[in-house]
Design a protein around this ligand. Structure first.
Ligand SMILES: Nc1ncnc2c1ncn2[C@@H]1O[C@H](COP(=O)(O)OP(=O)(O)OP(=O)(O)O)[C@@H](O)[C@H]1O
Length: 367
């Protein structure tokens, strides 16, 4: 197992990149600590597979260093880096039995036969494919084949890390949940560094202790699921995590705070202070639907808004409201009752009102 560090690393598939848009991964520093369970989450094309392939050695970064336990491995092949990688589609030998498939990486590494037998049975038991060990791989279902593919990654005890590139894409939805739990259990049992690529936030949160959110070739936040939810470091994280995502509103400066349409939002003194020292006019505020409060009575701290829609999702409701020209989503309990077109009063608790300049969170001594 190894600590994997990316140091001033960037990658462009173009020979002579001229600007940031030419990079699949923009320059970044990042550490995957030993034994961690990580997810790499982001939309299609943001650079997840490129990042994984750079760690495994299938792609050499055009700039910077990849370090395993402090040693530069840029020039080492995937085999010499001792990385196991599980892809979207199963990589197995159809003509071999399940047992032979699982034993193959160990045989290659000259592991003694008795040890191979114990290890193959151990992994087959964890993956619940023990009864398939003597079946030819070509006769397995797609789910079973992918389990074998995962098993081939898990079977080696000496790996630096296991990288999963959307491994559950081909898996039946009902089994997906089970396999995700299984991988988590395997992580706890074997304590291996695992990086799991996905574009599904639920998949990322159930598997990982910490999630790296990628957007446009950058890791815009690396944090626990709670950190990503409560304090998104970038507007993209706010929008991408949560269902529905964060309400993000373009605003401009005004005395003591910010304003949109004719609505003034006061900021905390420290936020106003930092904003006052920044030059950019790309200013936004974000608040999650879960944190906006609705009441039927007005106070000094509330804003009158119109109910545009109420979506009943069984155990809660998503209320669409319009404040000035701004449409927002608010999450309410199933008891919420207001007719469409009626007027209600919104409040934005200050601790949940995030301020973004040039899309990044303005952070300070939050109260
Ligand atoms: N071999 C390649 N040659 C040229 N450009 C590539 C290559 N592989 C990826 N890219 C480009 O690099 C960028 C990042 O792609 P990458 O596959 O890493 O993203 P991703 O987040 O894994 O996407 P997906 O979820 O769709 O697999 C994209 O713009 C993609 O078109």
């Amino acid at each position: 197992m190894a600590e994997i560090q990316l140091k001033a690393m960037a990658h462009s598939y173009i020979e002579n990149p001229t600007g940031p848009d030419d990079y699949a991964i923009r320059q970044l520093d990042h550490v995957w600590h030993k034994g961690g369970a990580y997810a790499l989450l982001g939309p299609s094309g943001c650079g997840k597979s490129t990042m994984l392939n750079i760690i495994s050695g299938l792609v050499q970064p055009s700039e910077g260093d990849v370090l395993f336990d402090g040693k530069r491995v840029n020039e080492l092949s995937p085999r010499d880096r001792n990385i196991a990688q599980v892809f979207q589609f199963p990589v197995i030998y159809d003509s071999m039995t399940v047992y032979e498939n699982l034993a193959f990486p160990l045989k290659n590494n000259k592991v003694p036969a008795a040890k191979i037998k114990t290890r193959v049975h151990e992994i087959a038991e964890v993956l619940e494919i023990e009864d398939k060990l003597h079946k030819k791989a070509k006769n397995l279902t797609a789910d079973e084949k992918q389990k074998v593919s995962m098993g081939r990654g898990l079977v080696r005890e000496d790996v630096s890390a296991i990288l999963f590139d959307e491994p559950l894409t081909v898996i039946d939805p009902q089994l997906k949940w089970k396999l995700r739990r299984k991988l988590k259990q395997i992580h706890e049992q074997f304590d291996i560094t695992m990086v799991y690529v996905t574009h599904d936030q639920l998949e990322a949160s159930t598997f990982a202790d910490r999630i790296a959110v990628m957007y446009d070739g950058q890791v815009v936040q690396f944090g626990t699921p709670t950190e990503l939810f409560e304090a998104p470091n970038h507007t993209f994280v706010g929008y991408f995590i949560g269902s529905p995502g964060m309400n993000i509103i373009e605003v401009e400066r005004c005395a003591g705070g910010v304003r949109f349409d004719s609505t003034d939002l006061p900021l905390d003194a420290w936020q106003a202070d930092i904003l006052g020292r920044m030059k950019s006019n790309n200013i936004k505020v974000g608040i999650r639907p879960e944190f906006i409060e609705i009441s039927h009575v007005a106070t000094d701290d509330t804003y009158e808004a119109e109910v545009r829609d109420v979506e009943d999702l069984g155990t809660y409701k998503i209320v669409t409201v319009k404040l000035g020209e701004q449409v927002m989503k608010v999450r309410q309990s199933e008891e919420f009752d207001a007719s469409i077109g009626s007027h209600i009063h919104l409040s934005f608790p200050k601790q949940w009102l995030m301020l973004y300049v040039d899309e990044f969170l303005v952070q300070g001594q939050q109260s």
